[in-house]
Design a protein around this ligand. Structure first.
Ligand SMILES: Cc1ncc(COP(=O)(O)O)c(C=O)c1O
Length: 505
């Protein structure tokens, strides 16, 4: 450790690329009586909670809150921000997550006071603009997905899955069908089987074949009258287009099953192909991936669910409509009920619509085309060092295997990913999908330039070369060394969860 005197919390380690000690918590800057700015001579009356809250709900002890000046508070959070990697800082090729740059234009629209100032309890007469916005966004989404109608309400992709499955269940109940199982490919995202279980169905796994696609013959063997439907995504979770989708749809529809499209991969196909045209009946899309809201850590998400005509009456309420120029909320005839308080995470809707309108139909198509182009470019650039798990033209992402480096030099996918953090890029997804040994799943997205992709490829290749040298390969196994926190014991972190500073020692 350095012996030089350093400012408290202001060490060089506040750079995202440098190692350092644990950042002090805000409590460590606390001094009794210190305050941030207050409005003097305010005419707001000080109220005593005892005047309006029952005494049994009041605390008897003072809350231990940090007492800091505004200056210290801002500096503390700025330092933390600078230690964090973010989509706004650089490339974030985290496969399956579509971590792309989100244009600030969408934020500007969403924070317009005419939208953000409307309280969710405002009656429809005072929220006509919002209702119109919701209806217009629904129209764009149904056009993009090839569906008849959509609910915007689910708060995320996983909740969209559950909503879609409950719609599927309501459909089967309405038809008097006895259905117990849902088919899911073995490459599926973990939320798929979890949602199936929550919806009260059993999961039946469909194996992938050597092409990385659904094994059509094995799927046919698993289809029977008990099958309520299949959940899959196209392009699938290894970044390949399911070429047999028409046959898959036929096999499922023949037993009155439904096809659920996990829209996590929508970024690959907007304006080029539509789930509805492929035979899907229900589609969720992650607005917080494809349409201008960051996935994870960026605030609330939104996972609208679009459905085919015969399923619209099961959609959750409240559902926005505009009739004769007047907007209102209705509940569809056989609605599965509410899935979110009020009208969902509306700020995400505003961002998505702003983004869609800014790009227009041609721009959205180009977005997906460039996402696919970027993935294929990067895949080809690193192919000699990182063989693709399935050597096909990929869609918006691809999976490579590090099994060779592991076998010959003991360097694993995790080591490559951690070292990438040291070189200024976010790591790709590792060990997913489970069907690929030592998997790195890379999704560069359309927002990265050729120069960025070239640099990323060069760094990945450097790491592969370093892996072949005894001395440098040892260093790879201990990285990252230049991030604020080095390698953590992830299994222990998950199993021995410490949520307070007091417990850290
Ligand atoms: C393929 C796939 N399905 C579903 C989800 C779940 O979406 P969410 O994180 O919004 O719940 C994700 C998230 O990354 C995903 O990649």
């Amino acid at each position: 450790m350095s012996t030089l005197k350093e400012a408290p919390g202001g060490r060089a380690s506040s750079s995202p690329l440098m190692g350092g000690e644990v950042e002090p918590t805000i409590f460590e800057f606390s001094h009794s009586g210190r305050r941030t700015g207050t409005i003097r001579n305010s005419r707001v009356e000080q109220v005593d909670p005892k005047d309006f809250l029952p005494v049994e709900f009041l605390r008897s002890e003072k809350v231990d809150l940090p007492e800091v000046s505004e200056r210290d508070l801002v500096a503390h959070f700025m330092r933390l921000t600078h230690r964090q990697y973010a989509v706004d800082l650089g490339s974030y090729p985290l496969g399956s997550c579509t971590m792309k740059y989100n244009p600030k234009l969408a934020d500007a629209v969403a924070s317009n006071a005419n939208l953000s100032g409307v309280h969710p309890q405002t009656p429809p007469s005072g929220a006509q603009g919002w209702i119109e916005l919701c209806v217009e966004l629904e129209r764009y989404l149904t056009e993009i997905t090839g569906m008849a109608a959509a609910t915007l309400a689910p708060a995320a992709g996983a909740q969209g899955e559950l909503t879609g499955l409950l719609i599927m269940k309501a459909y089967h109940k309405d038809r008097g069908n006895h259905k117990t199982t849902i088919l899911i490919p073995d490459s599926a995202h973990g939320t798929n089987p979890a949602s199936v279980t929550l919806a009260g169905y059993k999961v039946v796994t469909v194996p992938s074949d050597e092409r990385g696609l659904v094994d059509l013959e094995k799927l046919r063997a698993l289809v029977n009258d008990e099958v309520a439907g299949i959940m899959l995504t196209n392009p699938n979770t290894v970044g390949l287009f399911e070429k047999d989708i028409a046959e898959i749809a036929k096999a499922i529809h023949d037993v009155d099953g439904l096809l659920y499209y996990d829209g996590a991969n929508l970024n690959a196909i907007v304006g080029v192909a539509r789930p509805g045209d492929m035979g899907f009946d229900i589609v969720h899309s992650n607005l917080h991936k494809t349409f201008a809201t960051p996935h994870g850590g960026g605030g609330p998400g939104s996972g609208p669910v679009a459905v085919a005509e015969r399923l619209t009456r099961f959609l959750p309420g409240p559902y926005p409509v505009v009739v004769d120029g007047v907007g209102s909320w209705i509940t569809p005839e056989k609605s599965i009920g509410r899935v979110h308080s009020f009208y969902g995470n509306a700020v995400v809707y505003a961002r998505a619509l702003a983004f869609m309108k800014a790009l227009g139909a041609e721009g959205l198509k180009e977005m997906s085309e460039v996402a696919v182009l970027n993935a294929n470019y990067l895949k080809a650039k690193i192919a000699d060092y990182y063989p693709a798990a399935y050597d096909e033209t990929c869609m918006h992402e691809f999976v490579v295997t590090v099994a060779g480096l592991k076998k010959n030099y003991g360097v694993r996918a995790l080591d490559v990913a951690k070292t990438l953090l040291d070189r200024g890029y976010h790591a790709p997804t590792v060990y997913f999908p489970l069907i690929v040994e030592e998997a790195l799943m890379i999704e560069p997205t359309e927002t990265e330039s050729k120069a960025t992709l070239d640099c990323l490829a060069e760094i990945l290749i450097d790491i592969a070369i370093e892996a072949t040298n005894e001395e440098s390969s040892e260093a790879l196994k201990h990285g990252p060394n230049r991030t604020p926190v080095s390698r953590v014991d992830e299994a222990r972190a998950a199993r021995v969860l410490v949520t307070t500073m007091d417990a850290k020692g």
